[in-house]
Ligand binder design. Sequence first.
Ligand code: TYD
Length: 223
Amino acid sequence: MSRTSPVPGRQEAAGGTFISFEGIDGAGKTTHIDALAAGLRASGAEVVLTREPGGTPLAESLRELVLHQPMDALTEALAVFAARRDHVQRVIRPALQRGQTVICDRFADASFAYQGGGNGCPWAVLQQLEAWVLEGLQPDLTLLFDLPAEEAARRRAAARHPDRFESQDTDFFERVRSAYLRRVAEDPSRFALIDAQQTPADVWQQVQNACRQRWPGLLSPQP
Ligand code: TYD
């Protein structure tokens, strides 16, 4: 039996639950995304695991361009929101309407953080794009992996093929981090701030706590 929305969330009308993960490159969210998906599946949820930019063939093509072709901040913002539009229409909304749990590795907050904070695209332009593209859709819960840019840079140092964003300097990532925190200040109830400087085990505990706080009983195995 599949689990529908564990508690009334913003996606209640649609039936499903929408969780996004955010953070600067090197924050270490990937293993925890996989662990959360596995934990939710074990507790009976039907999980759709996806990512941005990407998640559809068209959006993955746009991802390739955004990550590897130089472009100005507005072009970049239009490209990531175009990718997001296709992803939301074809994957995210249909899954939520089926009552599934969508876990998305990055979503609109990343555009505010990277195109806005990092590259200087005006906040108001991003807000306009968000309103057009999302038509009110927001994650029920966003887990923001927060850590200083210096620490994230040390963790990224081992990465073999940095993309256009990963090769930016520490100042860029401090601006990205600040923009993420501005998004938290603008809508605090949607976010759980995860201290990504802790050990992986402690971080995983924080992730579980944030989910259980919102949806008690979530992540418990089905009898
Ligand atoms: P990510 O999938 O986290 O990278 P990786 O595959 O290396 O783990 O994210 C890809 C990059 O895209 C990341 O540097 C952030 C950037 N990005 C934006 O600039 N704007 C956006 O709207 C999104 C979703 C991501």
